[in-house]
Design a protein. Structure first.
Length: 412
């Protein structure tokens, strides 16, 4: 227990050093330090690394460090665990299982060949992960987070609801049956959409700690961003945005973890780009009234309607009206910044958005009123949304968001 606590404290220090370092060499050293800890411990610690690696403004060297981890558990050590979850000897099912090159936070993926010749991906959850996650979460909850808890207390942010949300999401991610249900639901939602692919699950070979699914070829977004031409990157970006908006407004169901490692990109035989969506352990269900209110507030800001209409719609989305009152005078300007890509009638260049700096300029310290006013449901939607924005930024895709919105079969 003492060793675990010490490791947690070291991780917190490493993250602080990474964020506060002013020169590149110090950044690299701090990133390497964090990565060493992540390598030594599976589970919640690596989730922290994934969140840092998914930020659009994170240093390339940190993303490379966290993504290039190769310290997967040797297959031989996992064989008893695999056999137990298959309910038989793996040799009865697979003619070949390769060592994993894809270690993740709570499990790892092996490329395999079934006896019938199908190429599949075998996703195995590490043994005893539920107990390890609970242990790590308890330790992290004991850490003093200076500079974060103070504003949360000052601006009346309910930490309990966020901790409950984290616990709920971890429980969902630890259930591969839940993930399989999400994946099949998502596959049905996007069926018929051009340029979208979701792998097929082999239900008869899968369990709550093991998933067998079709193996999908592709490259990560930062790899294709270096080699694809502008048209290909715009086409892939359009697909991402189209899927997200349809999921948000029409289906009320989002892929919650939009980490850059959860998408593969490839070109079809006809030369068209395809996006492969993977990892559905964390998904977000959105109430119809919230989807409608989000749609309406975008249209309201575009029509330059009164701030009182925006205020009512934010309440319908789940905001606390009383906490929004101190920033009512700045609300119109704030919403114009937040929804700026939707307001342009032509392709939007995300490099000009600079949303964080502009929101800070408009609200200053009062930004905490806006953050505290929103509930955890809105937080989850925004987390997913900015994950997609991050992908568009990496692709440098310039998309007309207005046209994508017009193409959606939705009546707000």
């Amino acid at each position: 227990m003492f060793k675990e606590g010490l490791k947690t404290l070291k991780l917190a220090k490493g993250i602080k050093d990474f964020k506060t370092a002013t020169d590149l060499e110090s950044k690299k050293a701090a990133a390497q330090f964090i990565n060493d800890i992540l390598d030594s411990e599976k589970g919640l610690f690596l989730k922290v690394g994934q969140y840092m690696g998914s930020k659009a403004n994170a240093l390339e060297d940190f993303k490379t460090l966290t993504k290039s981890r190769k310290k997967a558990i040797p297959l031989e050590e996992l064989i008893p665990h695999i056999n137990s979850n298959l309910g038989r000897n793996y040799k009865e099912v697979f003619s070949k299982i390769e060592e994993s090159e894809f270690p993740a936070s709570i499990g790892q993926v092996h490329r395999c060949l079934l006896k019938n010749g199908d190429q599949v991906a075998l996703k195995v959850q590490y043994p005893n992960m539920r107990e390890k996650i609970k242990s790590q979460l308890k330790l992290l909850n004991l850490l003093p987070v200076k500079g974060v808890l103070n504003p949360m207390k000052k601006w009346d942010i309910d930490l309990t609801s966020y901790l409950d949300m984290i616990q709920k999401k971890l429980d969902e991610e630890l259930s591969y049956k839940n993930e399989m249900n999400n994946q099949e639901k998502f596959g049905q939602m996007v069926s018929g959409m051009d340029g979208v692919s979701v792998s097929t699950i082999y239900r008869d070979l899968s369990s709550d700690a093991l998933v067998v699914q079709s193996f999908e070829q592709g490259s990560f977004v930062d790899e294709v961003a270096k080699v694809w031409n502008k048209n290909q990157k715009n086409e892939a970006g359009l697909t991402l945005l189209n899927v997200f908006f349809n999921n948000l407004f029409r289906d009320g169901f989002l892929q919650g973890d939009c980490n850059i490692g959860n998408y593969l990109f490839r070109s079809s035989q006809k030369g068209k780009t395809e996006v492969v969506f993977i990892d559905f352990g964390n998904c977000v269900e959105i109430k119809p009234e919230v989807s409608r209110a989000l749609w309406k507030i975008i249209q309201s800001v575009k029509r330059k309607e009164s701030v009182d209409i925006s205020l009512d719609l934010l309440v319908q989305i789940g905001f606390d009206r009383e906490k929004l009152k101190p920033i009512k005078d700045q609300l119109s300007e704030l919403l114009k910044i937040i929804f700026e890509p939707f307001l342009e009638n032509g392709p939007y260049d995300l490099s000009q958005w600079k949303i964080k700096e502009r929101v800070d300029h408009v609200l200053g310290e009062k930004k905490w009123w806006f953050r505290s006013a929103g509930n955890t449901d809105f937080f989850e939607i925004m987390k997913s949304f900015f994950g997609v924005v991050n992908l568009l930024e990496i692709l440098e895709a310039k998309i007309c968001w207005h046209e994508v919105m017009k193409s959606i079969d939705f009546e707000g």
